[in-house]
Design a binder for this molecule. Structure first.
Ligand code: MN
Length: 734
């Protein structure tokens, strides 16, 4: 009895100590705030009093620690602290959300409710994508929800040892997949790094421990090196008359491991195990110029590597990160990365979002962050039903670096690197995207697939008759544009499918056939389509001909596919006829076999199987097949729309097409030979012609290649682009 009582006393003391430790980190301004935190602590302690964590300690220590993390490591205030204290109460105890609303008001009730909703996610078999979407929905409500959730996850990760191994793996992989990138995007670099390290500790524990041990071994060595590095700099920096401090912290185990894997080198050969960070304590108005002055002191003493200069002081990253990075050749010829920043920038880098709020009005960079949040809200507002699509799009945006471009009025737009002119159009406005027909970059007309470059000034040309097409999905990079295009296409397909369905019903009625489930199955098989939507759409688009229904057998209102005599027996050789016949592309025009038209591929745009195409009736030369992307298409479609017919490929592997590529790159002796070698020996491509022009070290070449379809063509383009001396490869038309 005595022992138990002592034990309980000791636990009470632990709880009191943890609570006191929490209070030390919260910036409390009013008595009311203090009372509110106290009340939350008491309610939570009371509610969780029966529970214990897997480790055996009282459960309440978990919410207290989560609250401490939000305050101490994320710099959040009392609202987040109160929410964190209460975050598991509704989920696990008799306390209801209404109780919380009564005691703490609407705001905190809302946050706790949002936290509760996606709690217990390790147990519930909900798909990750759905979880992530939920997190983002709440992010758009109040960012603190995600911050507390992240603190919760951080504490759970730190104390994961008590869990069984299979649960550890599950939680770790979920953390690596969702929480680490999210922390990165929110600018919580420290949290992100810790997430990555904690995950690696579980998923690759031996490798982790190996690197960790080596880091420890080399610690003293590093400290010595940093002081040697600073020796010639100290005095000059002191002469600037500003307070500064230096840190030479090693990089995270995870990032070192990554580098070893990527470069296939051992630990000993990694030259940038650590970065020297110089942090100056100066007012906001001076920070930029002081940073550059320090940069110049360093580069006077050591040779910089120019391409490693990263200036996020003039243009902060879109998550708000500001810092000046450079790499120099330090003592003993070793490369040293130097990061120069102010105390304010450092706090923003460590605590992310919360620090932004703190400096709101002072720093212009939080507008960048607001823009990102707006972007999240926008993505959420589009009724994208598929969480996996949504997640993929979002992740692309999380990981990409940015490109900075300008509107005609000079407003800066930030898009993910790799974005195209069409992305820009969608970034301006969804409607501008939908109606985009062309884009001018710095006054020059470019294709909508043009890759944006920093500093481009763009203006978009729109047309009322323009509509998004399937191929746009390949062109755009941003999640926003993708989801909007998909939305429009789906809408379009559904709408147009309605007509197709009507046609089909009418035709079937004439044949006295009902559209039963069985009959629908037969039709799908007969037309070779996946779903009823595809079927209706195909009919509406006249890609599938209802005349072909004649080929079906009808018995008592039941459809079936006629058995051909011997469909699988090989054709007699004589039927193959000539070589030219074999190579002729197979097409349908208005859903019928194209052979009934005198038709040929247009010479202006040279379609290849797989391209989106249309048929155009000429006055003297039969029907010509053009690519939708043909430069003449706009003209033909707008002026002679009545001559245009639908055309579609009938997949065939015996046909061949000629496509023209233009490539540019760095001229060198033997360049023709090298290119020829890649094409003929490596890719086994037939070439029709090859011409090359050179000028001042650059070359422009034109190659005609023979391919079966666009997949092959794209593969060739990609392979050529991968050659180091090639800078661009594009498909051209005359
Ligand atoms: Mn929790």
């Amino acid at each position: 009895m005595v022992a138990l009582a002592t034990y309980q006393e000791a636990e009470k003391k632990d709880i009191q100590n943890a609570y006191r430790r929490l209070l030390r980190h919260v910036k409390i301004k009013t008595d009311e705030e203090r009372k509110l935190i106290r009340k939350a602590f008491e309610m939570s302690t009371q509610a969780h009093c029966e529970q214990r964590r897997k480790s055996g300690e009282p459960y309440i220590l978990h919410p207290i620690e989560v609250a401490r993390i939000t305050a101490a490591e994320m710099g959040l205030g009392p609202v987040a602290v109160v929410s964190a204290l209460l975050h598991d109460v509704v989920e696990d105890t008799p306390v209801t959300i209404e109780n919380i609303r009564e005691e703490f008001g609407d705001k905190i009730a809302m946050i706790v409710e949002a936290l509760t909703k996606f709690d217990g996610m390790y147990d519930v078999e909900s798909p990750q994508a759905e979880t992530f979407k939920k997190i983002l929905v709440s992010l758009a409500q109040d960012v603190r929800v995600v911050m507390v959730k992240m603190a919760d996850r951080l504490h759970n990760m730190r104390t994961l040892g008590a869990m069984p191994p299979h649960k550890q793996m599950k939680i770790a992989s979920e953390t690596a997949f969702i929480y680490a990138p999210l922390a990165h995007r929110l600018g919580l670099y420290k949290v992100k790094t810790e997430f990555e390290d904690l995950c690696m500790k579980i998923t690759e524990s031996e490798r982790y421990q190996g690197i960790e041990a080596k880091l420890k071994e080399t610690e003293k060595q590093r400290a010595r090196f940093v002081s040697e590095f600073m020796k010639p700099l100290r005095k000059e920096i002191e002469e600037l008359g500003v307070k500064f401090r230096i840190s030479g912290r090693a990089k995270s185990v995870f990032s070192i491991s990554n580098k070893m894997k990527k470069k296939q080198i051992p630990f000993e050969e990694i030259y940038d195990l650590f970065a020297v960070r110089i942090i100056v304590d100066v007012p906001k108005t001076n920070e930029k110029s002081i940073c550059w002055q320090i940069y110049s002191i360093i580069t006077d003493a050591y040779n910089p590597i120019p391409e490693r200069l990263k200036d996020w002081v003039s243009t902060p990253k879109s998550n708000g990160y500001e810092s000046l990075h450079t790499t120099v050749v330090g003592p003993k010829g070793r490369f040293v990365e130097v990061q120069i920043r102010s105390e304010r920038m450092d706090e923003v880098a460590e605590k992310g979002l919360a620090a932004h709020w703190k400096y709101k009005g002072v720093s212009s960079s939080n507008t960048v962050f607001d823009r990102w949040l707006n972007h999240v809200r926008e993505m959420l507002s589009s009724p994208e039903e598929d969480a996996v699509n949504f997640l993929n799009d979002f992740r692309t945006n999380l990981f990409s670096k940015e490109v900075y471009v300008f509107t005609p009025k000079g407003d800066m737009r930030i898009l993910p690197k790799g974005s195209t002119a069409l992305d820009f159009a969608f970034d301006i406005h969804t409607e501008v995207g939908y109606k985009c027909v062309g884009v001018q970059v710095n006054g020059r007309q470019v294709p909508i697939s043009y890759l944006l470059k920093n500093g481009d000034r763009l203006s978009v040309t729109t047309s009322k008759s323009q509509k998004p097409s399937e191929s746009w999905l390949q062109i755009v990079k941003t999640g926003k544009a993708k989801s909007r295009i998909r939305q429009a296409l789906k809408e379009e397909r559904k709408q147009q499918g309605e007509i197709g369905k009507e046609y089909l019903m009418r035709k079937l009625k004439n044949l006295k056939v009902e559209l039963t489930y069985e009959n629908l199955e037969v039709l799908l098989k007969f037309y070779g389509v996946q779903s009823s939507i595809d079927l209706y759409y195909g009919i509406a688009m006249e890609e599938l001909s209802l005349n072909r229904l004649k080929e079906l057998e009808i018995e008592h209102g039941k459809l079936s596919i006629k058995k051909e005599e011997k469909p699988s027996s090989p054709r007699p050789v004589s039927q193959r006829k000539t070589n030219t016949d074999k190579q002729k592309p197979r097409l349908t025009i208005n859903g019928e076999d194209a052979s009934q038209y005198s038709h040929s591929l247009a010479a202006c745009c040279k379609p290849v199987q797989g391209d989106e195409i249309f048929a155009y009736t000429t006055t003297h030369d039969g029907v010509k097949i053009h690519r939708n992307a043909c430069p003449n298409a706009k003209n033909m479609l707008s002026k002679y729309g009545y001559r245009v017919m639908k055309a579609a490929w009938v997949t065939s592997f015996n046909t061949s097409f000629v496509a023209d590529l233009e490539l540019t790159g760095i001229d060198d002796i033997g360049i023709i030979q090298r290119l020829t070698n890649v094409l003929t020996n490596q890719l086994r491509v037939d070439m029709r012609s090859f011409s090359m022009d050179g000028d001042e070290g650059y070359f422009i070449g034109k190659i005609s290649v023979v391919v079966n379809n666009t997949d092959q063509l794209n593969f060739i383009i990609k392979s050529l682009q991968n050659q180091e001396y090639v800078s661009s490869v594009v498909r051209i038309q005359d």
